[in-house]
Design a binder for this molecule. Structure first.
Ligand code: HAM
Length: 422
């Protein structure tokens, strides 16, 4: 009997060698600035009580109304695969009382997220984010720092073509004033049932409606930025002045609508124009009511999520990946059993200096092993045979130009360190 092969579910993105090295590099570069700023890891479940997202992210959002992977577990509980990270962080902070200790709580996370969207280039049903959240401090300085951390992550990747868009969704007072005028404006439009329902829950959603007739209708709608209270305006100006101080370029986009309902105050998105329709490589903002909605005390917070898949696509588009970093430094080819014994010891020694070393395993002839060395892309190759063991020295071959240097085996680590300028 012949079994049929099984494919991965539709819309998921997998990273296999050799591409996975680039993915891993992008992810670590994106999150490195958060660690340097004192953010600590939070490792959370990928599934949560469905209420966490319907309440936290908002019923008017596509994420909750159309895109959640929801199922009943064996105990009859409604469970959802996390579509985003902020609600889960907030749930854990409340549940474990982290908000009763030193504030702000500053955490980072990294992992897969799930949205049942229509798959297309840069849009996946399982995708990867790194993110941070700073909870318990309402201060424009931390808003600016959070944005700067995200920006540094993209700069770490060598990206240049992206732009940072910022806006402010104001405080409760600003939003209430704007809402009155916006609802009055929306009433003058001829909306279908579903759209007016969405507008009833969150009228700002209509700015995000991609249909050309809606875009043109909304072009005359009142903008929240024109309704900011004095303190919200002051805050937003402070954020801008801090960003200028750090020489971070930005543009103000008063029509920005984030796909999640919890945002208040400073909100931002990073857009990469080379990525086509799915150009958002990261985004975030302040969410001052979220903790209370989730049953905690009334504390503010701000954070971001960066799309690792899209950041990788952007780095490929800008040709900014340091591909030489993804290959081995040294490839050792042992000829015979004695040589294998030494190869294992030498590899351990050289690796202890942080140098990547591969061994050609198996009883291969020299020609086959050289082919494997070539294929591995290793920067240096040594062949270890009986005569090399006898002399205690090897020929170290630099693969880029074929230059060969004779090196004492005992000095191989030092020589490699020099060659790689470590
Ligand atoms: P978000 O804007 O929904 O924010 O997602 C952040 C990033 O995740 C996006 O900019 C995009 O790069 C990536 N992303 C989202 N959906 C997909 C997808 N289907 N395929 C590939 N990449 C995707 C949040 O999730 C918020 N939790 C961010 C945040 C943290 N706000 C405050 N704190």
């Amino acid at each position: 009997m012949k079994f049929e092969k099984i494919n991965a579910p539709k819309g998921v993105r997998e990273y296999l060698p050799p591409e996975s090295s680039a993915f891993e590099w992008v992810r670590s570069q994106l999150i490195a600035p958060a660690k340097l700023a004192g953010y600590k890891l939070m490792e959370l479940p990928v599934f949560e009580d469905t209420n966490l997202f319907s309440r936290g992210v908002g019923e008017s959002t596509d994420v909750v109304s159309k895109e959640m992977y929801t199922f009943e577990d064996r105990g009859g509980r409604s469970i959802t695969l996390r579509p985003e990270g902020t609600a889960g962080v907030m749930r854990a902070v409340i549940e474990q009382s982290l908000d009763r200790a030193q504030l702000p709580v500053k955490v980072w996370y990294s992992g897969q997220f799930f949205r049942a969207e229509r798959p297309q280039a840069g849009r996946f049903r399982q995708f990867y984010q790194v993110g941070i959240e700073a909870i318990g401090l309402d201060d424009p300085a931390i808003d600016a720092e959070v944005i700067a951390i995200a920006d540094r992550g993209f700069k770490n990747l060598g990206l240049k073509n992206y732009r940072l868009e910022i806006t402010s969704l104001g405080d409760a007072e600003s939003r209430a004033a704007h809402r009155v005028d916006l609802l009055a404006f929306i009433k003058t439009l001829n909306l279908d049932e579903a759209t007016s329902q969405r507008a009833g829950i969150n009228p700002l959603r209509l700015f995000d409606d991609k249909r050309p007739e809606m875009q043109s209708a909304m072009s005359k709608a009142p903008l929240l930025l024109d309704y900011l209270s004095d303190s919200a305006r002051n805050n937003f100006e402070k954020v801008q002045s801090y960003l200028r101080g750090m020489r971070i370029d930005f543009v103000i986009n008063p029509r920005m609508v984030r796909g999640l309902d919890y945002y208040t105050g400073t909100t931002f998105e990073f857009i990469h124009p080379d990525l086509g329709a799915q150009s958002g490589i990261g985004g975030g903002g302040r969410y001052d009511g979220l903790m209370e909605i989730l049953g905690g005390q009334s504390l503010s917070g701000i954070g971001f999520g960066l799309g690792v898949d899209r950041a990788l696509l952007a780095a490929i588009a800008e040709d900014s990946l340091p591909t030489e970093e993804f290959t081995s430094d040294l490839f050792i080819i042992p000829l015979g059993e004695n040589a294998m014994d030494s190869a294992l010891t030498i590899a351990q020694d050289v690796r202890s200096a942080g140098i990547t070393v591969e061994i050609a395993f198996g009883d291969r002839a020299l020609k086959g092993a050289m082919k494997a060395a070539d294929k591995s892309g290793a920067r240096f190759v040594v062949v270890l045979g009986d005569s090399e063991l006898l002399n205690g020295s090897v020929d170290l071959k630099r693969m880029s130009d074929g230059v060969v240097t004779s090196v004492k085996i005992a000095q191989l680590q030092d020589q490699m360190r020099q060659a790689l300028s470590l």
